[in-house]
Design a protein around this ligand. Sequence first.
Ligand code: NAD
Length: 483
Amino acid sequence: MSSPYEMYVGGEWVTADTASTIDIVNPANADEVVARYQDASASDAERAIEAAAAARDRWATVSGPERGRILKRTGEILDSRTDEAVGNLVREEGKTRSEATGEVQRAVDIFSYYAQKARDLGGVRKSSSGQSTSLSTRREPLGTVALITPWNYPIAIPAWKLAPALAAGNTVVVKPASQAPGPTRILFECLAEAGLPDGVANMVTGAGSEVGTPLVEHSAIAGVSFTGSTSVGTDIARTAARERKRIQAEMGGKNPTVVMPSADLDRAVEIVGSGAFGTTGQSCTATSRAIVHEDLYDEFVEQIAQHAESLTVGPGLDDPDMGPHVSANELESTLQYVNIGTEEGATLVTGGSRLAEGDLADGFFVAPTVFADVNSGMRIAQEEIFGPVLSVIKASSFDDAVTLANDVEYGLSASIVTDSHSEAERFLDRVESGVAKVNEKTTGLELHAPFGGYKNSSTNTYREQGDAGLDFFTSTKTVYRSY
Ligand code: NAD
């Protein structure tokens, strides 16, 4: 095992004050420690914030095209290191090679996209009611911001926060999740090689409970962009609001796909199956509820179970259909939900157990799981499981299906499978969800379109990605000039 990876503060790779480290084990083989990272203290986070604050004024005056050039170069360097980044992501987080390849490509594309955006942050000219007054707006960087990210998209999410933050002229401190910090480290190596000035972007690794407090409360922090669980995000949002900081928190989901009788059944099974079991169900937008019209309920249950049973499960490096959970805790949590579902009286149709035969013995593998006869009041129909567990709920009509789709605290992504134009439109009108799709799975997002949740999936303050991704990171100044 090589020496622990360092953190990036003020343009230098540094160790933590604590001298303690975090071990990352391979989710496909827990006996293998794949990397070791600094376990930072609050004082390390403060050091990073101070470095970012010191670089703020200088970076804000760097021209948009120059900021864009650095972002473009970062994307190019990452692109040239794709194989390494994919391997790292698979070993730390457990995704399949195909999933990891798609995610690294997404990060490359995000840097390329915001490299262009850095040229033109917008601003408008308004007509003034004064005879000799020019009235206009300009967008300015927010300042120094904290970016707190989860483990489940360990390169795409840091990229979709970092790139717009830097494009808009902010300086940042990033705290990746402790389960898989490696892809963020690689991003920082790319930023440094691309010529990002010292102090503009900083990275600290460590427990949220330790480094999180300064990142959210420090007086130099102007805003916090968080992605993660609803419980942590809600606490952070409360603290940030109390400290009068701008806050954006994108959080959990309990995403439904409604299946109507006009749907092609094979297509519906494919859509629900890939939404539920892709990324081992560890996507905020994963399909965890199939709400199926009673006319095709039994047939759907039979076919989705066959689909689940047909999936290959194994180490991500072998590129099976489904990889392991990221950690023992996540595996344990999924297995607990299987028990809860069974005790609640749902029918376990397939899966539900740990896979530990042969090569899988030391990994966090679980069989793709389908519950039928689920009613909407059950915990497995209400709570985010974050594993490959699908609850199939019966609906008596279109109206009933929409009511069931909305009958949760979350509202991140939702879809309907139907051949009826009218049903599709009425679903789009009524579903309480930040992303709504027709004849598509709930997962999968385009990087140039806004993304964010309704209800308890989000603070509903600012959207991420696309043009909207710049809003959080900019302030609008309105300029009146008399002549
Ligand atoms: P998490 O909330 O446990 O952790 C997210 C991040 O917050 C980590 O970096 C963690 O170290 C940090 N953190 C924890 N406590 C903190 C504190 N007190 N102060 C500051 N930071 C703290 O989430 P997770 O387990 O890493 O990720 C899974 C969750 O993320 C799921 O609920 C999933 O739905 C959600 N998610 C949402 C989106 C979205 O865009 N809506 C995308 C991906 C994941």
